[in-house]
Design a protein around this ligand. Structure first.
Ligand code: PLP
Length: 310
């Protein structure tokens, strides 16, 4: 294995706003760049994963690395780095930045077609990038605190037969359109339905409802979120029943509680859906318990991979 902590980087560079690994070098995040000829940019021919660092440790790093490997294979890409090397690169990005709370991304792109080469994705050399930047909340912390106001978007989620939502991707046209719908409605964020009117997910998060004491999340049209799995593990620990099944928009609107989940924020309660007030306009009791226990697990160092900051 190459020593991936060694590749040249300017020792006097300022990594405090984040560090990136691109084209075999570590650079300050603000200086990271890719070729505009890369199909990852021009054709969204890319997959990625995001793991967070909290309190100086990765949370569920192996889960993220395993999903990234599945996504890369799912797009018929192959990378010049194995799992151990990728972990080393991510660690070095965090180490250089010195960040104790960070959003850490790994990205695989199709690459740049070489002049004279056939225009065949299978013939292209795939590229790997990574970066660590300061913590990001998909839903701001104060909104999480009062409970997010959500809408059910009119924009349907892109069909899973066209773009597999279990392969984490940058096909965000529908998700961004739904974010504008939410903004126009004075809401914080949106939940998208599929073409059959069933709940899928939101821009950067999985969706859950609580009904009669059970936690339910959609069985289709969504990324198999690592945080979603953590929610199910939390439920098992707390003795809360859970289920993955189809959810209609009306069921969601009539839920006792709604919450969302993502690596960039954790368990994030909602308090309104399409203007309907849930649990006294506050995070519901089960959502709040799951959120508290999620952070308790972090404080206890469960599933943590501490970063050696050197
Ligand atoms: N759904 C989408 C579309 C996402 O982009 C994300 C995360 O970015 C999620 C769900 C949540 O996945 P995870 O919990 O693995 O971060």
């Amino acid at each position: 294995m190459n020593d991936l902590t060694a590749p040249a980087h300017q020792t006097d560079a300022d990594f405090s706003k984040g560090a990136a690994f691109c084209n075999g070098r570590y650079v300050p995040a603000g200086e990271a760049s890719i070729s505009i000829m890369d199909w990852g940019f021009g054709k969204s021919d890319v997959t990625y994963d995001v793991v967070h660092v909290w309190g100086g440790a990765f949370f569920r790093l192996d889960h993220h690395l395993a999903r990234f490997e599945r996504s890369v294979a799912g797009l018929r890409m192959s990378l010049p780095h194995d799992r151990g090397e990728i972990a080393e690169i991510l660690t070095q990005c965090v180490r250089l930045s010195g960040l104790r709370e960070a959003y850490v991304a790994m990205i695989a792109t199709r690459g740049v077609p070489l002049p004279g080469m056939p225009r065949r994705p299978s013939a292209m050399q795939n590229r790997f990038y990574a970066y660590a930047i300061p913590w990001i909340d998909v839903i701001p912390a104060d909104v999480q605190e009062r409970g997010a106001h959500l809408i059910v978007a009119k924009t349907p989620r892109i069909a899973p037969e066209s773009v597999d939502p279990t392969i984490k991707n940058f096909h965000w046209g529908d998700l961004v359109r739904a974010m504008f719908e939410a903004e126009d409605a004075g809401a914080d964020n949106a939940v998208l339905l599929d073409s059959d009117g069933l709940v899928t997910e939101g821009p950067g998060f999985n969706v859950f409802m609580v009904k009669a004491g059970a936690v339910v999340s959609p069985d289709r049209g969504a990324l198999e979120g690592i945080t979603r799995q953590t929610v199910f593990d939390l439920c098992d620990d707390l003795g809360i029943p859970w289920e993955i099944r189809a959810i209609t928009a009306d069921e969601l609107r009539e839920a006792d509680e709604i919450f969302t989940s993502t690596t960039a924020g954790g368990v994030m309660p909602a308090s309104r859906i399409d203007g309907t007030i849930l649990s006294n306009d506050r995070p519901g009791p089960i959502s709040a318990r799951l959120k508290d226990t999620y952070w308790q697990w972090h404080r206890e160092g469960r599933d943590a991979t501490p970063v050696d900051y050197g």
